[in-house]
Ligand binder design. Structure first.
Ligand code: NAD
Length: 257
């Protein structure tokens, strides 16, 4: 059995690059190093320059704007990715909640805040799955990003905990539905990482400190550790894994006290 990972002559479609700290950017670089042709999407005009600057030295790359709530833009992104090469990897690394929903008591969550957080952070995987079903003609791997707040209380995470619980449930349902076409769905549950999204979480800095102190590995994780797990999930080395939520959290989730 060969253990090298070669994704050349495959195409990877990536949602969620905002800047150099984005988890999706670390994953993109890792997939590119393994030879994949990348299609990187950015959410809106505001992030365009940042994504073009980041990717200027990469070859075999396409870039397109895509708000995940816009099905026409999603469809276009998939068409571009499958025109590059055989589409075999999709990275869904997208989440959003209004800042005021991430402060104060969870019981104050508004219907609009709930709808928006769930639509962007969880529902968006469903149209992506439908398009993956259409374009991943030779099977493939869809990877999404979740957090431990799906099952334990993290004050300040509020409605985003509900969104991550929904997202993890989607992963098992989609894995079941698309398994016979050899399209695998998995989630990576990352420990705290200092990104744009994390900075919106009230008390994030304290969370990072507690995590490093209590995790069995006695430290926080890095974007690169999430990226190498994504590379494994994108490759045939993980061909028997679908419907899993894999913690990349220095072991934090196993601790009671
Ligand atoms: P980030 O801010 O770099 O990435 C979030 C991305 O979501 C951005 O690129 C943003 O443009 C995109 N996005 C938001 N709304 C969108 C929309 N409507 N359409 C398209 N894109 C949209 O932060 P990140 O930490 O890299 O987050 C990536 C994923 O990882 C998220 O799902 C997040 O919940 C998850 N995650 C992060 C951490 C952490 O501590 N940073 C831990 C576990 C899981």
């Amino acid at each position: 059995m060969s253990v090298s990972i070669d994704l050349s002559s495959t195409s990877a479609l990536i949602f969620g690059v905002a800047n150099h700290r984005s988890i999706a950017w670390s994953i993109a670089k890792c997939l590119h190093d393994a030879g994949a042709h990348l299609t990187i999407t950015y959410q809106n005009e505001r992030l365009k320059r940042s994504v073009y600057d980041l990717t200027k030295d990469l070859d075999n790359i396409a870039i397109t704007e895509c708000d995940v709530t816009d099905e026409a833009a999603l469809s276009k992104a998939f068409s571009i990715a499958s025109s590059m090469s055989t589409l075999s990897t999709v990275i869904h690394s997208v989440a959003f909640a209004q800042r005021e929903e991430l402060e104060g008591n969870f019981s104050l969550t508004t219907p609009e805040g709930f709808r928006l957080a769930l639509e962007i952070s969880a529902y968006s995987l469903i149209p992506i799955a439908r398009l993956a079903g259409k374009h991943m003609t030779q099977g493939g791997s869809v990877i999404t990003m979740t957090f431990h707040a799906s099952e334990k209380v993290y004050p300040g995470y509020n409605v985003m905990g509900v969104a991550k619980a929904a997202l993890e449930n989607e992963v098992i349902q989609l894995a079941s539905e698309y398994g016979e076409r050899n399209i695998r769905f998995n989630a990576i549950s990352a420990g705290p990482l200092n990104t744009l999204a994390a900075r919106g979480i009230h008390g994030y800095a304290k969370m990072e400190q507690i995590h490093a102190a209590r995790a069995p590995l006695r430290r926080n994780i890095s974007q690169d550790e999430v990226a190498s797990t994504a590379l494994f999930l994108a490759s045939n080395l993980s061909s028997g894994i679908t419907g899993a939520t894999i913690p990349v959290d220095a072991g934090y989730n196993i601790m009671g006290v």
